[in-house]
Design a binder for this molecule. Structure first.
Ligand SMILES: Nc1nc2c(c(=O)[nH]1)N[C@H]1C(S)=C(S)[C@@H](COP(=O)(O)OP(=O)(O)OC[C@H]3O[C@@H](n4cnc5c(=O)[nH]c(N)nc54)[C@H](O)[C@@H]3O)O[C@H]1N2
Ligand SMILES: Nc1nc2c(c(=O)[nH]1)N[C@H]1C(S)=C(S)[C@@H](COP(=O)(O)OP(=O)(O)OC[C@H]3O[C@@H](n4cnc5c(=O)[nH]c(N)nc54)[C@H](O)[C@@H]3O)O[C@H]1N2
Ligand code: SF4
Ligand SMILES: [Mo]
Length: 864
C-alpha cells in the first residue's frame, strides 16, 4: 500500500490529497499536509471521496446508439461524422462543449484540434457559466486574465469582503483559513449576499443587498473612500489610467443597493480603517447580466486605493471547478485562442506556426448559450460534449434539451453511463475518472498540481486527452497529435505559452517546456505568476498600466405581474453540481437529501405555504416542484433553489428548467442568480417515503426524490389518486400495519434471508415518522414480529437524533440542541468535545455556530 499525492477533483480550492489504495476499488483519503492550498485540511466532499470511486453507474465501454461497440468503431464514426459535416457545411458547423473538470492536458488537446486543425473557434467550456465575467473583468482592468492574489493574502489581510460567495459551503477550506485568520489576528469579515447564508451568519457584518445591487454599492463605497481621503493618488498616477470623468460617474447610494445607511456606514468604516483588504468574489458577482461590470467595480476599488499587488490586499476571484483556471490558460473559452492569446492576425499566425496547423480559427467562436442556440437552429450539426451535463446545468435547460434532440450528431465523453445529457447522445465515450487519470490542474491561486492515478483503468475507459487525440488521428491530423502521454502534452502546452511572449503575458511556463517525464511524475505544486503577480505595479497592457473602468448599475427590470418573485439559484454544502458523483455517497446525501425552495415567511404566508409543503415554482421558461423551507434568511420577494437535482435523482427540483438565458453582454455568462418567478402550493393526495435496497422503477408521480443510503435508497414520494404500492415494493414477506387514527399505512418487506429489503410509509393526512433509524436497518435481519420496524423506531426509548448535521460522526440536530441546553455548551469547540461533531472535516462548524445563537426554525434546515 503506497501513499500517493494527488488533488481533490471538486472545487477550485485545489486541496492536496494523500491517498492510499486499499484493495481493488477502495481508497483512503487524507489531506496532504505539504500542499500549499490546504496544509492537510479537507472539507466534507474531499473527506468522503472514497465513497465515490466504486464502479456503480460507470460508463465502461464505448456505445453507439446505446449499443456497446469497440473503440475503433466509435472513434471512426466520430471522425467520419465530424469530417463529413465540416466538408459539407464548413468548420463552424461543428462544436465542442467542454468543462473545467477536464485536466489541462485534455483541454489543451481539445482546443488544439478545434481551433488549430478543424479551424473553428467553436470550443467553449462550462466555465462560461462560471468564470467568464471574472475573466472579462481581468482582461479589461489588467490586460490579461490574471488573479492578483494568493490564499496566503487571506491570512495577511485585516479585512475580507466576500461578494456573492457562500464560502463556508462552496470553498470550505478557504473558509477554514479565513476562520483561522479571524481567530488569530482578528481579521474582520463582511459578507455581501442577498441571502443570510451560513457564511453570512458567521460574519462581522452582513450586507443583504438587493439582487445585482453590487455595482452601485461598490461605486458608492469608492466615492465614500474618496470623500474620506483614502484614494492612493501615488499608485493611481504611477500604475493606473482612468477614463474621462470616472469620478463624476460614481453616483448612487446605499438605498439604490437595497440596504440601509447604517449598514453602508459600517462597511465604509471597516474599509477605511485598514489598508489590507481582500475582496473575494464568486458566482453572486459573475452569474449576472452585469457580471463583468461587477468584477470591474470591485477591481476599481482596489486599484484606486492601491490595495493590490501588496501582501494581504487585492480583488480575488475564486474559481469554481478544479481546473477552471487551467481551461482559461490553455484557451478553452471560445473568446481566446490559446495561452492567453487573442485572435489578432499576429497571434493567429504565431499559434498556427507553432501548431503547424492547416488552417487556424479566423476568430472567436460561439459562447455556450449562443452555441446551443446555433445547435437549436441547425447551424451546428455535430456537437461533442466532454465532462459536463448541459441538459441540467445550462440555463433554460428545456431549450437545451430541444437543441440536443434536434442535433444530427451528439457525442458525449463522460464517466457515468446515465446522465440527463446521455439520453441525447448518439455516441458515448467512456472516460477515466478521478483516481484513474493523470494530469495537471490549476487552482484559484494559480498553483498547478498533479492529479495522479490511484486505481487501474476500469473496463475500456480512456483518458480524455487520448480520446480526442485518437479522433484527431482518424481525421487525418495524426502527426500533430502524436503524444506519448500527459507529460508530452504538458510540455507542448508550456512551450506554447512562450510563443510571441517576451514578457507580454504573465502566463509563461517556458521553464517547464523541456521537463523530463520523471520530473512531471514527481511534480510538486507550483504557482505561475508568483504569489503576487502585480507586486511591481506592472500590468499586461501596452503601457503596463492597469485600467479603471467606468461601470454603471443595471436598469431595474419592471415588475412582472405574473412572476412577481425573483429566483436565485446556487449550491448545497455536500452536493457537487449534477450529483453524478456526490449523489453516490451516503454520507454526503445526509446533509440535504431533497431540493428545497427557500422563501421568506411573509411570501410563504401570502401563498398559504408552510414549512415542509410542496410547491411549484414557475418561471417564463418552465416549472418544477420543490419542498418548501420557510426562512427569514431570504429577503422578501426573493426565493432560492439549489442547482443539483436531475431526472436521475428526482421528479422535481429541476432548477435548470426554470432559469433563463439572459447573459452578460461582455462575457456571455448567464444570469443564473436572477429570474422572474412565481410559486404556488401543490396539495398531493398522499405523501410517502420508501427505503429500499434496490431502487424500483417508479410510476409517474407528482413528486419524488431519491438519496443514497449505505444499503440502498431513501425515496420521498407524493402523488395524486391511488398509490400503486405493488410497483414500488420487491417480492418477499410483507408485514403491514394500518394506523387509522393517523391515516398511515406501513409496510415492511423481508427478503428470503429474513433481511429488511424495503419499507414503505404512506399517509394521506398525517405526519410521517423520521427516516434515519429505519433507513439504517436496510439489509439487517428483521427482528421477530417487526413491530419496531413498523413503528420506524427502535424498541425502547432511544431518542431520535434529528436531521444529521455532522456527516463525519453522524451527529443529529436534536442531539446537538439537547447537548447545548443540557450541558450549557457555549462554543463550537465545546460541542466538539462533547459530541465530536465538527472535529473532523469541519464543514458543519458554521451550522454548529448558528445553532449556538438560534435553534433552526425549520425542521428542514439540515434535512435527513
Ligand atoms: N458544495 C459545493 N461546492 C462547490 C460547488 C458545488 O457544486 N457544491 N461548485 C463549485 C463551483 S463550479 C463554483 S462556480 C463555486 C460557486 O461558489 P459560490 O459562488 O459561493 O456559490 P453559489 O451558491 O452559486 O452562489 C453564491 C452566492 O451568491 C449569492 N448571490 C446571488 N445573487 C447575488 C447578487 O446579486 N449579489 C451578490 N453579492 N450575491 C448574490 C447567492 O445568494 C449565493 O449565496 O462553488 C464550487 N464549490
Ligand atoms: N441554476 C444554476 N445552474 C448552474 C449554476 C448555478 O449556480 N445555478 N452554476 C453553473 C456553474 S458555475 C457550473 S461550473 C456548471 C456545472 O455544471 P456541469 O458541468 O454540467 O456539472 P457536473 O455535474 O459537474 O458535470 C460534469 C460531468 O462530467 C462527468 N465527469 C466527471 N469527471 C469526468 C472526467 O474526468 N472526464 C469526463 N469526460 N467526464 C467526467 C460527470 O459524470 C458529469 O456528468 O453549472 C452551471 N449551472
Ligand atoms: S475545499 Fe473541499 S471540495 Fe474544495 S478542493 Fe478542498 S477538499 Fe476538495
Ligand atoms: Mo462553476
Amino acid at each position: 500500500m503506497s501513499r500517493k499525492r494527488t488533488t481533490c477533483p471538486y472545487c477550485g480550492v485545489g486541496c492536496g490529497i494523500a491517498a492510499v489504495s486499499t484493495g481493488r476499488r477502495n481508497i483512503i483519503v487524507k489531506g496532504d499536509t505539504a500542499h500549499p492550498a490546504n496544509f492537510g485540511r479537507l472539507c466534507s466532499k474531499g473527506t468522503h471521496l472514497g465513497e465515490t470511486t466504486g464502479l456503480e453507474g460507470r460508463l465502461l465501454y464505448p456505445e453507439i446508439s446505446d449499443e456497446r461497440v469497440n473503440w475503433d468503431e466509435a472513434i471512426a464514426l466520430v471522425a467520419e461524422r465530424f469530417s463529413s459535416t465540416i466538408a459539407e457545411y464548413g468548420p463552424d458547423s461543428v462544436a465542442f462543449y467542454v468543462s473545467g473538470q477536464l485536466l489541462t492536458e485534455d483541454y489543451y488537446v481539445a482546443n488544439k484540434l478545434m481551433k488549430g486543425f478543424i479551424g473553428s473557434g467553436n470550443i467553449d467550456t462550462n466555465s462560461r457559466l462560471c468564470m467568464a465575467s471574472a475573466v472579462a473583468a481581468h482582461n479589461r482592468a489588467f490586460g490579461e486574465d490574471i488573479v492578483p492574489c494568493s490564499y496566503s493574502d487571506l491570512e495577511k489581510a485585516d479585512l475580507i469582503l466576500l461578494v456573492g460567495s457562500n464560502t463556508a459551503w462552496c470553498h470550505p477550506v478557504i473558509w477554514q483559513r479565513i476562520e483561522k485568520a479571524r481567530q488569530e489576528r482578528g481579521t474582520k469579515l463582511v459578507v455581501i449576499d442577498p441571502r443570510r447564508t451560513e457564511t453570512a451568519e458567521c460574519a462581522d457584518l452582513h450586507i443583504a443587498l438587493k439582487p445585482d445591487g453590487d455595482i452601485v454599492l461598490f461605486n458608492a463605497l469608492l466615492a465614500e473612500m474618496r470623500a474620506r481621503g483614502k484614494i492612493d493618488e501615488t499608485y493611481l498616477a504611477a500604475h493606473v489610467t482612468s477614463p474621462e470623468s470616472f469620478w463624476e460617474r460614481l453616483t448612487g447610494g446605499p438605498a439604490d443597493a437595497g440596504i440601509d445607511e447604517d449598514a453602508f456606514i459600517a462597511l465604509a468604516d471597516l474599509a477605511s480603517a485598514v489598508p489590507k483588504m481582500v475582496t473575494l468574489f464568486s458566482q453572486g458577482a459573475n452569474q449576472s447580466a452585469c457580471g463583468t461590470d461587477k468584477g470591474n467595480a470591485i477591481i476599481n476599488l482596489h486599484l484606486a486605493t492601491g490595495r493590490i499587488g501588496k501582501p494581504g490586499a487585492g480583488p480575488f476571484s475564486i474559481t469554481g471547478q478544479p481546473n477552471a483556471m487551467g481551461g482559461r490558460e490553455v484557451g478553452g473559452l471560445a473568446s481566446t485562442l490559446a495561452c492567453h492569446m487573442g485572435f489578432s492576425d499576429e497571434e493567429r499566425a504565431v499559434a498556427q506556426d507553432f501548431w503547424k496547423s492547416p488552417g487556424i480559427a479566423p476568430g472567436p467562436g460561439l459562447k455556450a448559450v449562443d452555441m446551443f442556440r446555433a445547435v437549436h437552429e441547425g447551424r451546428i450539426k455535430a456537437l461533442w460534449i466532454m465532462a459536463t451535463n448541459p441538459a441540467v446545468s445550462m440555463p433554460d435547460a428545456g431549450f437545451v434539451r430541444e437543441a440536443l434532440n434536434r442535433c444530427d450528431f451528439v457525442v458525449l465523453s463522460d464517466v457515468i453511463a446515465k446522465t440527463d445529457t446521455a439520453a441525447y447522445a448518439d455516441v458515448k465515450l467512456p472516460a477515466l475518472a478521478w483516481a484513474e487519470k493523470d494530469g495537471m490542474v490549476t487552482n484559484s491561486e494559480r498553483v498547478m498540481s498533479r492529479q495522479r492515478a490511484l486505481l487501474a483503468p476500469p473496463g475500456e475507459a480512456r483518458p480524455d486527452w487520448k480520446i480526442v487525440a485518437d479522433v484527431a488521428w482518424a481525421m487525418g491530423h495524426g502527426e500533430a497529435f502524436d503524444f506519448a502521454g500527459p507529460a508530452d502534452v504538458f510540455r507542448e502546452y508550456c512551450a506554447q505559452t512562450t510563443c510571441h511572449n517576451n514578457g507580454r503575458r504573465l502566463l509563461d511556463l517556458g521553464q517547464w517546456a523541456a521537463m523530463s517525464d520523471a520530473d512531471y511524475a514527481e511534480w510538486q505544486p507550483q504557482s505561475w505568476g508568483g504569489a503576487s503577480p502585480f507586486a511591481a505595479g506592472r500590468y499586461s497592457t501596452p503601457d503596463s498600466k492597469a485600467r479603471l473602468v467606468a461601470v454603471a448599475p443595471p436598469e431595474t427590470a419592471a415588475a412582472d405581474k405574473d412572476y412577481p418573485l425573483r429566483l436565485n439559484t446556487g449550491r448545497y454544502r455536500d452536493q457537487w453540481h449534477t450529483m453524478t458523483r456526490t449523489g453516490l455517497s451516503p454520507r454526503l446525501s445526509r446533509h440535504r437529501g431533497e431540493p428545497l425552495v427557500e422563501i421568506h415567511p411573509a411570501d410563504a404566508a401570502a401563498r398559504d405555504l408552510a414549512d415542509g409543503d410542496l410547491a411549484r415554482i414557475a418561471t417564463p421558461n418552465g416549472e418544477s416542484i420543490f419542498r418548501v423551507l420557510v426562512t427569514d434568511s431570504q429577503r422578501p420577494g426573493e426565493i432560492f433553489a439549489p442547482m443539483h437535482w436531475t431526472d436521475q435523482m428526482s421528479g422535481g427540483g429541476r432548477t435548470g428548467r426554470l432559469t433563463d438565458s439572459r447573459v452578460d453582454a461582455v462575457s456571455g455568462q448567464p444570469a443564473f442568480k436572477d429570474c422572474a418567478a412565481e410559486i404556488e402550493r401543490v396539495s398531493p393526495d398522499w405523501r410517502a417515503f420508501l427505503v429500499a435496497c434496490t431502487m424500483p422503477a417508479l410510476p409517474d408521480l407528482l413528486y419524488w426524490t431519491r438519496s443514497r443510503l449505505e444499503h440502498g435508497w431513501l425515496v420521498e414520494l407524493a402523488g395524486e389518486g391511488a398509490i400503486d404500492i405493488d410497483s414500488m415494493l420487491p417480492g418477499g414477506t410483507r408485514l403491514e400495519a394500518v394506523d387509522m387514527a393517523r391515516g398511515m399505512r406501513r409496510i415492511v418487506v423481508a427478503d428470503a434471508q429474513g433481511r429488511l429489503a424495503a419499507a414503505l410509509f404512506v399517509t394521506r393526512s398525517g405526519t410521517l415518522p423520521p427516516r434515519g433509524w429505519i433507513a439504517a436497518q436496510l439489509d439487517a435481519t428483521v427482528p421477530s414480529g417487526g413491530s419496531a420496524l413498523l413503528a420506524a423506531r427502535p424498541a425502547g426509548t432511544a431518542a431520535d437524533p434529528g436531521p444529521i448535521v455532522c456527516v463525519c460522526f453522524d451527529v443529529g440536530m436534536k442531539t446537538i440542541l439537547t447537548a447545548i441546553a443540557d450541558q450549557t455548551l457555549a462554543s463550537v469547540e465545546e460541542i466538539g468535545k462533547a459530541l465530536r461533531a465538527g472535529t473532523n472535516c469541519g464543514s458543519c462548524r458554521p451550522a454548529l455556530a448558528k445553532m449556538l445563537i438560534e435553534p433552526p426554525s425549520s425542521s428542514l434546515e439540515a434535512a435527513e
